[in-house]
Design a protein around this ligand. Structure first.
Ligand SMILES: [Zn+2]
Length: 173
């Protein structure tokens, strides 16, 4: 059913169940997304030669956006000047859009080098979860765990609607 190619998998295979209940196998999630072997919920919001932009695969949190490089590099220090410009440009564009579309009015931006493939989280700070788990980086883990097991079908649909709205925007540009 899934369109990944098992022949390409060698050993360190991981598994994820996405917000639509689809199961994906991959060695590196960001590489699988870049190659089109893993389809993000609602599809990619934007992609070009250097980056992919889409909703988080596993957490149905409205406005949770991941921007990844296409190249399998670990650190922001490994990026070329063009990639650096592209990455910060699209982080800024996404944050601006999330606010303009009234999806969220505050975000936390995270990049962890513990992941082998560079990606940046644009994490939405919704009032509801700020009240439950506090603010900033410290609230992310608890928020994700809660949302992953408690999101309603309506909340999943909201995430997909947001992806559609953001995709429309980039189609027009
Ligand atoms: Zn990779």
């Amino acid at each position: 059913m899934n369109n990944f190619n098992e022949d390409k998998l060698t050993g360190n295979t991981k598994e994820a169940i996405d917000i639509l209940g689809r199961k994906w196998k991959y060695e590196c999630m960001s590489c699988a997304i870049a190659k089109g072997e893993l389809e993000l919920p609602g599809g990619l919001i934007y992609e070009d030669e250097y980056i992919t932009v889409g909703a988080d695969t596993e957490i149905p949190l409205n406005g949770f956006i991941i921007i990844a490089t296409k190249r399998h590099v670990n650190s922001i220090a490994d990026l070329t000047i063009t990639e650096r410009h592209e990455l910060i440009d699209y982080i800024a564009k996404m944050v601006k859009l999330l606010k303009e579309l009234n999806i969220v009015h505050e975000v936390t931006i995270v990049q962890e080098e513990r992941s082998k493939h560079l990606h940046v989280w644009i994490f939405p700070c919704h009032e509801k979860y700020k009240k439950m788990f506090g603010k900033g980086v410290g609230a992310i883990k608890d928020t994700c765990e809660y949302v992953k097991s408690n999101a309603s079908d309506e909340e999943v649909q909201q995430c997909l609607n947001t992806v559609q709205k953001l995709k429309e925007y980039f189609k027009e540009v």
